[in-house]
Design a protein around this ligand. Structure first.
Ligand SMILES: C[S@@+](CC[C@H](N)C(=O)[O-])C[C@H]1O[C@@H](n2cnc3c(N)ncnc32)[C@H](O)[C@@H]1O
Length: 303
């Protein structure tokens, strides 16, 4: 059998199964291509001529095994291959972190234009998981010092492996911290793709999401358990003229309705995705009272 025939066969096999595709791919065909090429140690961009090459029986068995695992365990392909691409860069991933898939990649590759007038000197990726956003930002801004924060020591182990993979030990620092608790100094740019899924929504998600760490996705009953404290505390960690960019996914409408006075600027993406907004330090300061309103006191308890 040739590589392309294996991909076609895998596509048919995956199509027949009740799988969910949304962790780096969006169809059985893409997932099959990724799994087959990955299992054979080939690149996504493998040339057409190479796809016509015959594979041996051992390679066919390897592909069969990974397809069976995908179906049986419902693990996203990235976990089975141990790797995922984000903003054009490869990252180590496993069950300790979510599979990178944020529309933030486009913002980072566009260097946050038109919101940033000059390259940031200090960047913070809050709730960093694999570190993909902070590391991609370090690549986009070669002069910047980048801190990446996560509460999960397991996630930070993966993030550190990615810092090493991209040889950024001198510029990217991984910090274990509950939000800003152990952040040091102030930043020009704070990025965050925090947990923002309401518990009820998480409970109904396809099995693939339940293979990811629950603490990466769930943020209380309404999805805002982390975002509100983050907005309240961010001004203490932003330089004048600094900005936050925060992803809230499908919780976007709910957030906007909770705070009708806050001028959230929602980012429009050319490559798909939504639910990311930006606010300046000045706007966060001006609306501090909205976020600490008595009616929200249960959400900000302990600050
Ligand atoms: C949605 S994942 C984002 C990962 C990464 N930014 C990405 O886009 O792939 C959210 C991350 O927030 C971390 N997290 C959860 N609660 C946190 C907290 N209180 N402080 C810091 N990080 C937290 C989780 O461990 C998880 O790695």
């Amino acid at each position: 059998m040739t590589v392309i025939q294996l991909i076609e066969q895998a596509t048919q096999a995956l199509t027949k199964q009740p799988l969910y595709f949304g962790h780096g791919t969006d169809s059985a065909e893409q997932e099959a291509r990724w799994l087959v090429l990955g299992a054979l140690g080939l690149d996504w961009e493998t040339a057409a001529a190479e796809l016509e090459q015959a594979v041996d029986a051992a390679a066919e068995t390897t592909v069969q095994a990974i397809l069976e695992k995908r179906v049986e365990t419902r693990q996203p392909a990235a976990y089975l291959l141990g790797e995922c691409w984000f903003a054009g860069l490869p990252f180590n991933v496993d069950e300790r972190v979510i599979v990178p898939r944020s529309p933030f990649a486009e913002l980072i590759l566009n260097k946050f234009k038109p919101w940033l007038s000059e390259p940031p000197k200090r960047v913070l990726d809050l709730c960093c998981g694999s570190g993909c956003m902070g590391i991609a930002a370090a690549m986009a801004f070669p002069e910047a010092q980048v801190d990446i924060i996560d509460l999960s020591p397991d996630a930070l182990d993966v993030a550190r492996s990615n810092i090493e993979r991209h040889q950024l030990q001198g510029r990217v620092r991984a910090i274990e911290s509950d939000l800003f608790a152990h952040a040091e100094g102030t930043y020009d740019l704070i990025l965050s793709n925090p947990p923002y899924v309401p518990q009820w929504e998480y409970d109904a998600l396809p099995a693939e999401y339940h293979r990811e760490p629950e603490m990466s996705l769930v943020a209380g009953e309404d999805g805002l358990d982390l975002v509100i404290p983050m907005m309240l505390q961010a001004p203490n960690y932003l330089n004048e003229g600094g900005r936050v960019f925060i992803e809230v996914g499908n919780t976007d409408e709910y957030l906007a309705n909770c705070f009708p006075e806050v001028p959230f600027e929602w980012i429009e993406f050319s490559n798909g995705g939504s639910g990311v907004y930006t606010l300046s330090c000045e706007q966060l300061v001006a609306h501090k009272n909205d976020f600490s309103d008595d009616s929200l006191s249960d959400l900000v308890e302990g600050l």
